[in-house]
Design a protein around this ligand. Structure first.
Ligand SMILES: [Zn+2]
Length: 216
């Protein structure tokens, strides 16, 4: 396996998106400038009982990393880089939060977008996290049933309206009485995570927390 990766790296070398140094998408020096948070402060928005985030979304480098992941040419491998920030955040905390009773649910994409991109970026982050947290993922339980506009182009009120009714819980049995960790890439106004948490709570989830790479 290493041999294949070795050849791939020779053919398609990776460059740091911060300083263009060859090796990886984010070198250790540039990673340090992102200042991964070492503490957690409880943050609730109603249905979302708490939120964990690794870095601030203000830094141009993190915006660049997330945009390369979400928009063309869709660098799927950035899932590893971005989830490593979340893992670093947990490891820097004085005490690792106990997520042993939780199940991961990635924020879904609508079918059309999934087809276009070829992968769901939040699912790729979730796959990296489940190995570290040693918990299970619930795939295809929360689905996106409404096409929405990109949230970045909208104001607070428009975001809420845009995302309203966008999600549906397809399998209430899998959610009922369970604790859920919702995974998304960025948290800005929080309307996406709050709407998804509302749907899961209505489906019987006991508690819903959010984990994101960056918070605006
Ligand atoms: Zn760098």
């Amino acid at each position: 396996m290493w041999r294949k990766n070795f050849i791939l790296d020779l053919l398609f070398p990776k460059f740091c998106l911060g300083c263009q140094k060859e090796g990886d998408y984010l070198c250790e020096d540039c990673k340090a400038t992102l200042e991964v948070s070492s503490f957690h402060q409880k943050y609730s928005t109603g249905n979302l009982a708490d939120l964990y985030f690794a870095v601030s979304y203000q830094k141009p480098l993190i915006k660049n990393l997330i945009q390369k992941f979400k928009y063309q040419p869709f660098v799927k491998e950035l899932a590893k880089t971005l989830s490593s920030l979340i893992i670093d955040h947990f490891q820097l905390m004085e005490k690792l939060p106990d997520f042993s009773e939780f199940f991961l649910i990635p924020i879904p994409l609508e079918k059309k977008k999934l087809k276009q991109r070829g992968f769901n970026q939040t699912e790729e982050i979730a796959k990296e996290l489940l190995r570290f947290l040693n918990i299970q993922i619930l795939s295809n339980v929360l689905i996106k049933i409404k096409e929405t506009l990109p949230q970045v182009e909208l104001n607070d009120e428009e975001r809420k309206e845009n995302i309203k009714g966008a999600f549906c819980c397809r399998d209430r049995e899998k959610v009922r009485g369970r604790k859920i960790l919702l995974i998304d890439d960025v948290y800005t106004t929080g309307s996406t995570l709050e709407e998804a948490a509302k749907v899961l709570r209505e489906a019987g989830a006991k508690e819903v927390l959010g984990i994101v790479v960056a918070r605006g």
